[in-house]
Design a protein around this ligand. Sequence first.
Ligand SMILES: Nc1ncnc2c1ncn2[C@@H]1O[C@H](COP(=O)(O)OP(=O)(O)OP(=O)(O)O)[C@@H](O)[C@H]1O
Length: 249
Amino acid sequence: MLNEDALHIKNLGYCYKRAAQPVIRQLDLVVKEGSRFGLFGPNGAGKTTLMSLMTGLLPYPQGSIRLFGKEIKENSSFVKSTIGFVPQDFSFYEELTPAENLEFFGAWYGLNSRQISDATTTLLKVMGLQHVAGKPLKEFSGGMKRRVNLAIGVMNNPRILFLDEPTVGVDVQSRNAIIGYLKEINRNGTTLVYTSHQLKEAEDLCTEVALMDGGSIISQGTLDELKQQHRQEGLEGLFLQLTGRDYRD
Ligand SMILES: Nc1ncnc2c1ncn2[C@@H]1O[C@H](COP(=O)(O)OP(=O)(O)OP(=O)(O)O)[C@@H](O)[C@H]1O
């Protein structure tokens, strides 16, 4: 159902072990189902940490994260069947072929052999990987590896897909293919939660944005709303106005 909250985060806090200060502080965030949501902020703002919390990879001692109304730490099998995750670091086996990787991750998601075989055929075609389906990933270019990383993240046809810098280091062709595919699955109902430093790409992809700094959300709305509110023509100007020009790391 559109307009339901896909994600509802309240008063979230997180501190890494032995770190002097929390990385996520009293963070509130709502993502509506069906949106293409972009999360932006300087290096070290806490985006990857927040992704890890939202996908259940890190436990959260403080606050609440509800995924389609369910608290994620109490509903791990619901989370596994509902989300897809495309992490910033490649999350596959370099010695295996794309088809073998998809088979492995499909089984991990709990898909049956027919579902795995159908998803593999479709995704190899969509990602333009049919001609290298039998080669190990260690022989692939960066763009091809990014496309495999994405294919793994969408194998279970997720209701919500989290993407942490999914196009870093890719050429224009791969970028176009990846962004085009993300728009297509969003039209078919998948909510997207995406982070990137590619702000032009983000303007094209995202319907809603949030800016993050120092572990909190400092501004959230549709891109048009925020541009108007802060009298900026683009996301880059908005970003610099709200987060400043100093290095963070
Ligand atoms: N495993 C860890 N242990 C301790 N501190 C960490 C760990 N991972 C990240 N941090 C720290 O947490 C803060 C937020 O890091 P995080 O990677 O979430 O930021 P980010 O917004 O994703 O940055 P970037 O844009 O560079 O990817 C940084 O100060 C970082 O040094």
